[in-house]
Design a protein around this ligand. Structure first.
Ligand code: ADP
Length: 386
């Protein structure tokens, strides 16, 4: 255990704008046109109707559709002192590039702005306290998705797919991307699953059915439910009146409510697991050491030299052989930590005075390399038993 007094420590904090948000969930799809934005909008409204405080960040910068779907194409967010205040519509606080930039501006001009805009959305939007923030991602698995996964402290990701094999194949790729960056999967939603006849209520499987459920079972991730292919859903998007604003008795409205309840359950379970692993506190001491306080009050103090030697990034450890590539003798004993920032909800990125800044220390890794007396003794005992 280490002695710690707040007066000698400085806090390592998450992005301030996101600090009051309980669950941050990305809504993704492998390809465009599967109804990701439609699902995201209606899901946000459904959760807000369950009495929760919900926000929506439209990060689909190449084709922002939320302003239209929420019926707020002409709304303007409040901008003061470099901070953006979201617009509220149908009980959901939302922000979109579509509110800030005319939607006839060319994509070539949008592209370089995309990452900048995302950084601003993460850092400068005043969300306040929210139970859920949904992020409508652009389709695919590119830079925007990765940046968000690492910087926005995601609780998890929802994958939207249609039931055809080809859509399922690309959705699987999206799912893998999140798993690779340690973002838990909240679940899979199958959209356009069967056409519901508005006269007789009969359901016809236009694109096959059940692919989403099957994929969830194969990959051992939660299946959140199916949404019918329904002209009323399409019209609600065109008119800017989400499905649930017209009552909760239609098949489409019922499917969104049921999915919202499943999202809530899955997110709560992820949240519990994350809480159990997440440090209670991360601070820098006056001496320049990193202090991590774990949920069980155990405190780990890491010297910069020990942390630098424990880096497992691709330039320090050979990914194939596990052999150390770092010449440990060349790491100065008085090396300093120059920066610490959270990576998602699973680790810390640390930069050092020797210029090294590619190391990500997962919370699991940090627990393994704790040098306190008790952990060192436990490790010795473990290796003896083995
Ligand atoms: P994406 O965000 O994946 O590109 P959109 O949400 O923009 O897809 O949806 C593409 C089109 O499909 C829109 O016209 C939308 O209204 C329509 N759509 C989406 N889901 C459904 C559905 N379940 N039933 C009918 N139309 C739908």
């Amino acid at each position: 255990m280490t002695e710690s007094s707040d007066s000698t420590l400085s806090q390592v904090s998450v992005q301030p704008g996101l600090a009051g948000i309980q669950n941050i969930i990305a809504v993704a799809s492998g390809k465009g046109g599967v109804g990701k934005s439609t699902v995201c909008t209606n899901l946000a409204v459904a959760l807000s109707q369950l009495g929760l405080k919900v926000g929506l960040m439209d990060a689909d910068i190449y084709g922002p559709s939320q302003p239209g779907m929420l019926g707020s194409a002409d709304a303007k967010p409040d901008i003061a002192n470099g901070q953006l205040r979201p617009v509220n519509k149908h009980g959901v606080d939302f922000i979109s590039m579509g509110l800030l930039i005319p939607d006839d501006s060319p994509v070539i001009w949008r592209a370089p702005m995309a990452m900048k805009m995302i950084q601003q959305f993460i850092g400068s939007v005043v969300w306040g306290r929210l139970d859920y923030l949904f992020i409508d991602l652009p389709p695919g698995t590119g830079d925007v998705q990765l940046t968000l996964a690492q910087q926005a402290s995601l609780t998890g990701a929802i994958i939207v797919t249609t039931p055809q094999q080809v859509a399922l194949g690309v959705a699987r790729k999206g799912l893998r991307m999140f798993e690779q960056v340690n973002v838990p999967i909240v679940g899979i939603i199958e959209n356009m699953s069967g056409f519901t006849c508005e006269h007789c209520g009969q359901v016809t499987a236009v694109f096959k059915e059940g692919g989403g459920r099957q994929m969830a079972e194969t990959l051992s991730v939660p299946y959140l439910g199916a949404i019918p292919l329904d002209p009323a859903i399409m019209m609600s998007g065109e008119e800017g009146t989400p499905v649930l604003t017209n009552g909760s008795e239609t098949p489409a409205a019922k499917s969104f409510i049921s999915i919202a309840e499943n999202v809530k359950k899955s997110a709560e379970s992820i949240h519990e697991t994350l809480q159990a692993d997440q440090p209670r506190d991360v601070k820098m001491s006056k001496e320049g050491n990193l202090l991590v306080v774990w949920p069980d009050e155990h405190e780990s103090l890491y010297t910069p030299h020990h942390l630098r030697l424990s880096c497992v990034c691709a330039s320090c450890i050979d990914e194939d052989t596990g052999k150390q590539l770092l010449d440990t003798g060349k790491v100065p004993l008085d090396i300093k930590i120059t920066g610490v920032s959270p990576v998602g909800r699973y680790g810390l990125s640390v930069s050092f005075s020797d210029g090294h800044n590619t190391g990500i220390y997962t919370f699991n890794r940090l627990k393994q390399i704790c040098e306190c007396e008790k952990c060192t003794k436990d490790k010795k005992q473990d290796s003896f038993t083995l």
